[in-house]
Write a new protein. Structure first.
Length: 193
């Protein structure tokens, strides 16, 4: 009963999807989970200032009990507020949805990626690239492999292995560097001159 009425209620905030989660039902907007219905309890995702608001409203955090451990996650029990249709309900649910979607978008953006997360890159190469003055994925991609390679060569000397150029190109193109064909390698080398 609680699940069905909450699902009807959140419909006013737009379209969403539901999936089985933690033995209950998770509600998602734009692939971001914002609510969990478990038994007769409704939990919404917190975050930033919403955490303090939910704690001030007396909402407790969700505890997922596994065989040997208990995981406390950033979801707060709003069941009493939902059942009484408290004045704060619409505001906190809408904030939760918006925060969840924003966080999901950020996690998927290039602003959140590290250089070492790109193909062919690892911590050592990330450090080399950063020492050459390139701080993030966006700048790395914008400059392109030849320019990044030239900067690394400037910083570390001319005996830098040419394979780094292929690795940088592969990182930008999303492929393993050994898959770069000879014509493309010649083109990259020519661009470094």
């Amino acid at each position: 009963m609680t699940e069905q009425s909450f699902i009807q209620y959140v419909g006013k905030f737009g379209d969403f999807q539901k999936r089985s989660m933690f033995g209950g039902t998770g509600l998602f907007k734009d692939d971001a989970m914002f609510a969990l219905i478990s038994g007769d309890h409704i939990f919404i995702r917190g975050g930033e200032t919403l955490d303090d608001e939910l704690l001030a409203l007396g909402c407790e955090k969700y505890r997922h009990i596994k065989k040997q451990t208990t995981a406390t996650v950033n979801y707060y029990d709003i069941t009493d507020h939902f059942n009484s249709r408290s004045a704060e309900l619409d505001k906190v649910v809408e904030q939760s949805i918006n925060h969840s979607v924003t966080q999901r978008k950020f996690k998927r953006s290039s602003a959140n990626r590290r250089l070492r997360d790109l193909p062919n890159m690892q911590l050592t190469l990330e450090r080399m690239v950063k020492k050459a003055g390139i701080d993030d994925v966006e700048e790395f991609i914008e400059l392109g492999a030849p320019q990044v390679f030239s900067r690394v060569k400037q910083t570390y000397g001319s005996d830098v292995d040419v394979k780094l150029l292929w690795k940088f190109a592969g990182a930008i193109e999303g492929i393993h560097w050994k898959l770069i064909q000879e014509p493309r390698k010649r083109q990259l080398l020519a661009s470094c001159a």
